[in-house]
Write a protein that binds this ligand. Structure first.
Ligand SMILES: [Zn+2]
Ligand SMILES: [Zn+2]
Length: 343
């Protein structure tokens, strides 16, 4: 009987602790509202140059749908092949098309569109070279990005014009959609909506806020920090997201940290370092308010620059610098090609 009373007392204490923790999470962390995952992210390419076959590209889908949208497409077919080998598509109900390989079926039937952040080659190379065996899709980007893609690549010289606009002859495989700024647009054949924001970079770049019902995921293309770029573009996005986070759940973000902290500001060329990224996220946190507003937010780090230099490992250094600076309680993820993450 004494043992039973002891057990009962401890069970009561444990229940109280769990309740208090739940209460604390509801009040301090914007990412803890629901435990059921809403999005799946496949890492087709994890780096920002210079290794062909592993350039910036991700696939995102709502877990209620079997259709993805590509977030940039620096590496496409190799990324899908690597992800197939790593079983990243294990939870995707694939209806294999007998005429096509597994990668072919995924690209042709399960990827329904491209969100292209900007026209730099390391974000678009995979889409261009795969276009001859791709299926009809929409390319979603800001008008300046779509125009640059048409003038530079789909121009009948660098590559045949697989789109439905620009220099003739147009092959009309890709329908080009100009995204307005800060206005949601539905992504055809998915359950997703996208809202685009302009980012500062040597050419115009883009952040995509992707929504599925009341869940949000944000993908940032290459971007410099406001403190260097002096255009306030990230500040505008943080303000928007802080407003949205009051009634929607921010599941995670992909954002870059291209260079190590030691890189001088005049050599950033529109990119972030760990220190500058944390400064930006502190600005975001201050707009939400509260004690630990970004606690447990999943932050996927993209675009770490690969290097051929000997005796240096930017991924390790950048991971260490991010961990050391992480006083916001972020869950920092350094993704690797072929991985699947859920949010
Ligand atoms: Zn890039
Ligand atoms: Zn770029």
């Amino acid at each position: 009987m004494k043992n039973f009373a002891y057990l009962f007392k401890h069970l009561l204490a444990l229940t109280l602790i769990i309740s208090l923790n739940t209460f604390a999470n509801q009040n301090t962390a914007i990412t803890e509202t629901s435990q059921t995952a809403a999005f799946e992210l496949i890492v087709l390419g994890d780096s920002g140059g210079i290794e062909d076959g592993n350039l910036s590209a991700f696939l995102l889908r709502s877990l209620n749908s079997r259709n993805y949208v590509a977030l940039d497409a620096g590496t496409l077919v190799n990324g899908i092949n690597q992800s197939v080998q790593h079983n990243a598509f294990a939870d995707l109900p694939i209806v294999k098309n007998e005429s096509w390989s597994t990668a072919g079926t995924i690209l042709r039937e399960h990827v329904k569109g491209y969100l292209i952040s900007h026209a730099h080659l390391d974000h678009i190379n995979g889409m261009i070279v795969a276009s001859p065996e791709d299926t009809n899709k929409n390319i979603y980007a800001l008008a300046s990005v779509n125009n640059m893609i048409g003038e530079t690549y789909f121009n009948g010289k660098a590559w045949a014009n697989f789109t439905d606009r620009g220099i003739p002859p147009t092959l009309n495989k890709y329908h080009v959609v100009d995204l307005p700024i800060a206005e949601p647009v539905s992504i055809t054949d998915t359950q997703l909506k996208v809202t685009a924001f302009s980012l500062s970079h040597p050419v115009e770049s883009t952040a995509f806020v992707i929504e599925n019902g009341s869940d949000m995921f944000v993908y940032f293309g290459d971007t410099g920090p406001d403190i260097v770029e002096k255009q306030g573009k990230l500040d505008a996005i943080w303000t928007y997201l802080a407003g949205q986070a009051k009634h929607k759940q921010l599941r995670g973000i992909v954002i870059e940290a291209s260079f190590e902290n030691e890189r001088p500001h005049n050599l950033l060329f529109g990119h972030l370092t760990p220190k500058l990224l944390l400064q930006e996220l502190h600005n975001f946190a201050s707009k939400i308010g509260g004690e630990t507003p970004l606690q447990n937010l999943k932050v996927v780090i993209s675009h770490i620059k690969y290097t051929l230099a000997e005796n240096t490992n930017p991924r390790l250094t950048i991971k260490r610098q991010l961990d050391e600076a992480n006083d916001l309680g972020l869950q920092i993820i350094i993704p690797e090609q072929g991985q699947k993450w859920v949010f």
